[in-house]
Design a protein around this ligand. Structure first.
Ligand code: HAX
Length: 440
């Protein structure tokens, strides 16, 4: 058994009694209540999901296994000659909560190389889709097609399935998926936008470096990829992509069914598609400004109000949980300040950052006028020549697989049950409203 899998087994065995004790001794301890506003309003803030992979504080932002983004970047082993950790090191950390040694990382790198071979039929599926198909449909279909060879599904159908061991084949499927996604994503990019001039992988490189290589983009795009995949990996469990993945996998569907569903949710404009929307908005604004006209507080403020007055949202701003600037935005801003401070689009994004929070506060609707991860990510891609913005959510999808997969492995390890919340009718709500609350 691989060292990472052995370490994970130790962690799982130590964690199982904690959860069993909680449920047995404190199963009826109340941790939240639900009001009508939350029932109608998308279950905001209702504490009813469990994960130890990451946690999200409205003020501070995300922590992966207890570490902020800057701590994660600082503490994990780096790729050779790079400012950023390898995705492989992060994967080890996300799964176990332990800092990997250099040799732990080497082992994951080696293991991923053995898994990274994408089955030929995945490319047949992508090629069979009509021209003009959105890259997220290609990615989701590619992931779904790999269900054919799911080890979890084979285990389920073997007649030897048991809940205690289900995490093992789930781990195998998840590692296969994570290792293959960069090659699939780069294929989608080169197939769609570079006349299908596909670049073969370089087995000497780590996942982020290899992705940059297969995209055909030079340094520091390898670091952009490492940073991008890590910051987009996980954002606790209630966001649409993580939750959809968890929900589908709770029916004991394998990761290919489950993550394909997660990707379909990520493709929504209120979620992962916002990065493509941001770039479209920025470019439209730049076109309206005209050649050589600098963005100013006045013209950006006007453009923001025009968008709001047209009944549209400002893409890249607001968040269902966060109430401050998203540290994932800040991480990308710090990178941009270092590597592309003079980029005209970066200057425009910075100007939007100066005025949008004030405009949104005056507008008075959103509970969070600050930027989220998507407000900044497209500009970096654009700067390094990845200008086809309908591809941007695919990049998010590669990163998000790390968090979703880590969660689903642990879901199976801890035997999380089928998710099945209770629904009510409008009549019931009206009755409980008239009675001042539901009688227990
Ligand atoms: N521009 C204009 N209005 C906004 C807004 C924005 N950026 N963000 C929120 N609002 C509005 C909402 O549409 C809502 O209006 P209605 O009452 O008329 O429906 C009101 O403010 C209250 O919304 P909220 O409680 O502050 O925010 P929600 O939890 O309902 O929604 C969203 C969170 C992220 C969906 C929302 O802020 C939004 O639409 N933002 C723009 C799209 C975006 O950037 N999405 C990416 C989010 C990060 C992410 O998941 N990335 O993958």
């Amino acid at each position: 058994m691989a060292r990472l899998k052995e370490r994970l087994l130790e962690k799982i065995q130590a964690h199982r009694p904690r959860l069993a004790k909680l449920v047995k001794e404190s199963g009826n301890v109340v941790i939240d209540k639900v009001d009508i506003g939350q029932c109608v309003g998308g279950a905001r803030d209702v504490r009813c999901l469990l994960t130890d992979i990451s946690s999200l504080d409205p003020q501070e932002g995300i922590r992966f296994r207890g570490k902020t983004i800057s701590e994660t970047f600082a503490d994990l082993p780096k790729a050779p000659g790079s400012e950023y950790p390898t995705v492989e090191a992060f994967w080890y950390f996300l799964l176990t909560g332990d800092m990997p040694t250099e040799s732990d990382v080497e082992e994951v790198l080696y293991d991923f190389k053995g898994r990274a071979n994408v089955p030929y039929y995945v490319y047949d599926v992508i090629r069979s889709l009509p021209r003009g198909t959105h890259p997220m449909v290609m990615l989701s279909s590619a992931v779904l097609s790999m269900q054919r060879d799911s080890k979890f599904s084979r285990f389920y159908n073997s007649g030897k399935f048991n809940k205690m061991d289900a995490w093992g084949p789930m781990y195998e499927d998840c590692c296969d998926l994570v290792a293959r996604l960069p090659e699939i994503a780069a294929f989608i990019y080169r197939y769609n936008y570079k006349n299908a001039d596909i670049i073969t992988p370089n087995p000497e490189l780590d996942l982020g470096g290899n992705f940059a290589h297969m995209m055909g983009v030079g340094k520091p795009y390898d670091d952009v990829s490492r940073m991008y995949f890590i910051i987009h990996s996980d954002h606790e469990s209630g966001n649409v992509s993580a939750h959809a993945t968890h929900l589908v996998a709770s029916a004991l569907s394998d990761i290919f069914y489950a993550y394909s569903a997660g990707l379909n949710g990520l493709a929504g404009p209120l979620h992962g598609l916002a990065n493509q929307e941001v770039l479209g908005w920025i470019l439209r604004f730049q076109r309206q400004l005209g050649e050589g006209v600098e963005p100013t507080k006045e013209n950006v403020t006007k453009a923001l109000w025009d968008t709001l007055n047209a009944g549209q949202v400002i893409p890249g701003y607001g968040h269902a949980v966060l109430r401050r600037t998203d540290p994932r935005y800040t991480a990308q801003r710090d990178f941009s300040l270092k590597h592309l401070p003079e980029d005209p689009l970066f200057k425009l994004v910075s100007m939007i950052y100066e005025v949008a929070p004030g405009v949104l506060t005056e507008h008075g609707k959103t509970r969070n006028p600050w930027p989220n991860v998507d407000a900044q990510s497209g500009v970096i891609q654009w700067h390094y020549g990845v200008k086809e913005w309908d591809f941007y959510t695919v990049l998010f999808g590669v990163g998000r697989s790390l968090g979703c997969c880590a969660n689903i492995i642990w879901d199976r390890a801890l035997g999380y049950p089928l998710e099945r919340p209770k629904s009510v009718t409008t009549d019931m709500l009206e009755q409980w409203a008239a009675e001042g609350g539901r009688k227990f």
